[in-house]
Design a protein around this ligand. Structure first.
Ligand SMILES: NC(=O)c1ccc[n+]([C@@H]2O[C@H](COP(=O)([O-])OP(=O)(O)OC[C@H]3O[C@@H](n4cnc5c(N)ncnc54)[C@H](O)[C@@H]3O)[C@@H](O)[C@H]2O)c1
Length: 261
């Protein structure tokens, strides 16, 4: 018996990094998974690798999360392939570093489009499927940067804070409407995926770069994708069916406060 037997999950940004890890962990727990990503070839390879170990579990779709029409068509195709959609993981995202003086309007808009507005479009488009396949779960990948600000993360801070608040509003709407649909946000600290490679390089690369990046984390190391995945598997499962509108931190103590010297 898998913890996600019978679940049908739609995961954005699943070609690599956290999304690819979630997809594999979901398949291990018995779910069917639709992996979507703007990198069409790469997401197909990731799904193929999952199908080698869990035949028939994974389906791949090329999908730009900023495109309204693509959300509609890809959700319909995934629904057809899996015979339903009961879990939506809004994971696709980009990171940028800029302060209020350096950021451009175009840069700011791009982060809002991909990291925040896509979740509005996708959640609205997916709700009819989730309602038909409840108990259902919406899991929005925010960041510790959605809870604490950094001088150099202006756009990312704003987008990821918006993700947390959107999750709460969606959760309350679903509860009020009597839908059996939970909605929560997940807040990882720096986690070892391709997204953080450029920051590790900036710090000198390898162990040295990772150590610099980990300095502000009380547990003094980066997160592993599976450590975020365990939380996401829980939130996708019926174990979490009374858990909604909450923020889940996987951050080695980062948002708890300071450890001092
Ligand atoms: N890795 C970290 O340290 C960390 C920490 C906190 C939060 N996060 C968040 O976790 C999520 C996943 O990040 P990751 O670390 O796996 O990064 P990643 O860069 O490895 O993967 C992100 C994926 O999103 C896809 N993507 C980007 N733009 C897209 C678009 N317009 N449409 C569809 N797909 C698109 C990319 O192609 C890529 O496959 C992001 O939302 C990120 O902000 C990551």
């Amino acid at each position: 018996m898998g913890r996600l037997d019978g679940k049908k999950a739609f995961i954005t940004g699943a070609a690599q990094g956290l999304g690819a890890c979630f997809a594999r962990m979901f398949a291990e727990e018995g779910a069917l998974v639709a992996l979507t990503d703007v990198q069409g070839d790469k997401v197909a390879e990731t799904a193929e690798a999952i199908n080698k170990d869990f035949p028939g579990a994974a389906f791949a779709f090329e999908h730009d999360v900023t495109d309204h029409d693509q959300w509609k068509s890809v959700l319909a195709e995934a629904n057809e392939a899996m015979r339903g959609i009961s879990v939506l993981v809004n994971n696709a995202g980009i990171g940028t570093m800029a302060n209020i003086e350096a950021e451009t309007w175009e840069g700011y808009r791009k982060v809002m489009d991909i990291d925040l507005d896509s979740i509005f479009i996708g959640t609205q488009a997916a709700l009819p499927y989730l309602k038909k396949n409840s108990p259902a779960s919406i899991i929005n990948i925010s960041s510790v940067a959605g809870l604490m600000a950094d001088a150099n993360l202006l756009s990312y801070n704003v987008a990821k804070a918006g993700v947390a608040m959107m999750s709460k509003s969606v959760a309350l709407h679903c509860a009020k409407a009597g839908y059996e649909i939970i909605c929560n946000s997940v807040h990882p600290v720096f986690t070892r995926t391709p997204m953080i490679d450029p920051i590790v390089q900036m710090g000198g690369g390898g162990e040295e770069g990772e150590a610099k990046l980990s300095r502000g984390i009380p547990m003094k190391r980066l997160g592993e994708p599976e450590e975020v995945g365990h939380m996401v598997v829980y939130l996708a499962s019926d174990e979490a069916k009374f858990v909604t509108g909450s923020e889940f931190r996987i951050d080695g103590g980062m948002t708890a406060g300071r450890v001092g010297k």
